[in-house]
Design a protein around this ligand. Structure first.
Ligand SMILES: C[S@@+](CC[C@H](N)C(=O)[O-])C[C@H]1O[C@@H](n2cnc3c(N)ncnc32)[C@H](O)[C@@H]1O
Length: 228
C-alpha cells in the first residue's frame, strides 16, 4: 500500500493511537521539538507532513503571534487537521513535501515530525525544507530511533509484537503498524542522518535523544550566504 493511502486509511484513529502507543509521550516530544524550532516571537513557520496538525497547533500554543502553514499529501489527514485548526492562524496546503509550492526563503523555520522516514528521497525532502527557510532559520526533524542495550531489546519486543497488534486492531490496518516498525528499523542511524542534513546545506547540526533515544530531535540551521 502506498504511503499516502496508508495514512488516509488510519487517519480517523491516528491521534488516539499516537497517545496510546507512546503512553502520551508524543505530546512532550512535539513540545520539545517546537521549542527548538522557534527563534522569533512572531513569524511564519512551516510544518511539513503535518498530518492531523499536532505540531502546527503546538507552534501557535507556544507562540500565539506566529502563523503556521501545515503541508501534507494525505487528504483525510488534512480533513482532520482542518477541524482541529479552525479559528487558529494555521493554513493547510495539500502537496508533496519533495516539491513544495513555496518560493525560497519564505519561512522563519521548518519542522517535520515523524514524516521524513516515509519520504522516498529523504535528502530531497531536507533540501526542500532548507530551501524554503530564511537564512538563520532552523530546520527541525523529529523521528523515531532504536535505543541500544537492554532497553533497546525490550523496546524492539514491544515494537515488533505488541505495537502492530494493538495498532492493527484499533486502526483496522495492521499493515500500517507493521510498516511503522520496519520503517523505523530501516531508518538511518543518527550520525548518518546528521551527515545528510549537512549535505542538504544545513549547519550547526545537533541530535538530541528523547526518552532514552526512542525518539531523536535533529536541529540544523540555514547558514547566511557568504559575502565576497
Ligand atoms: C506519521 S504521520 C506524522 C504526522 C504529524 N507530523 C505528527 O506529528 O503526528 C506522517 C505524515 O506524513 C505525511 N507524508 C508522508 N510522506 C509525505 C510526502 N512525501 N509529502 C507530504 N506528506 C507526506 C503522511 O501523509 C502523514 O500525514
Amino acid at each position: 500500500m502506498a504511503v499516502r493511502e496508508m495514512f488516509d486509511s488510519i487517519a480517523p484513529r491516528y491521534d488516539l493511537l499516537n497517545r496510546l502507543l507512546s503512553a502520551g509521550r508524543d505530546i512532550a516530544w512535539r513540545r520539545f521539538a517546537v521549542k527548538k524550532l522557534l527563534t522569533s516571537r512572531g513569524g511564519v513557520y512551516l510544518d511539513v507532513a503535518t498530518g492531523t496538525a499536532d505540531v502546527a497547533l503546538e507552534i501557535v500554543r507556544q507562540s500565539p503571534s506566529c502563523r503556521v502553514v501545515g503541508l501534507d499529501f494525505a487528504e483525510r489527514m488534512l480533513d482532520l487537521a482542518k477541524n482541529k485548526t479552525a479559528g487558529k492562524p494555521i493554513d493547510l496546503v495539500r502537496s508533496d513535501a519533495l516539491a513544495m509550492p513555496f518560493p525560497d526563503s519564505t519561512f522563519h523555520g521548518s519542522i517535520v515530525a515523524y514524516g521524513v522516514r516515509n519520504f522516498p528521497d529523504r535528502l530531497q525532502g531536507l533540501k526542500e525544507m532548507a530551501r524554503v527557510v530564511k537564512p538563520g532559520g532552523r530546520v527541525v526533524v523529529l523521528e523515531f530511533s532504536t535505543p541500544s542495550g537492554l532497553l533497546g531489546d525490550v523496546y524492539r519486543l514491544y515494537f515488533h509484537h505488541l505495537l502492530p497488534r494493538v495498532g492493527g486492531l484499533l486502526s483496522g490496518n495492521r499493515e500500517a503498524y507493521s510498516y511503522l516498525h520496519h520503517s523505523v528499523e530501516a531508518f538511518s542511524p543518527p550520525q548518518t542522518f546528521c551527515d545528510m542534513m549537512v549535505e542538504a546545506g544545513l549547519a550547526r547540526i545537533r541530535s538530541l535523544p528523547l526518552t532514552f533515544g526512542i525518539t531523536m530531535c535533529y536541529v540544523g540551521e540555514k547558514p547566511w550566504p557568504i559575502r565576497t
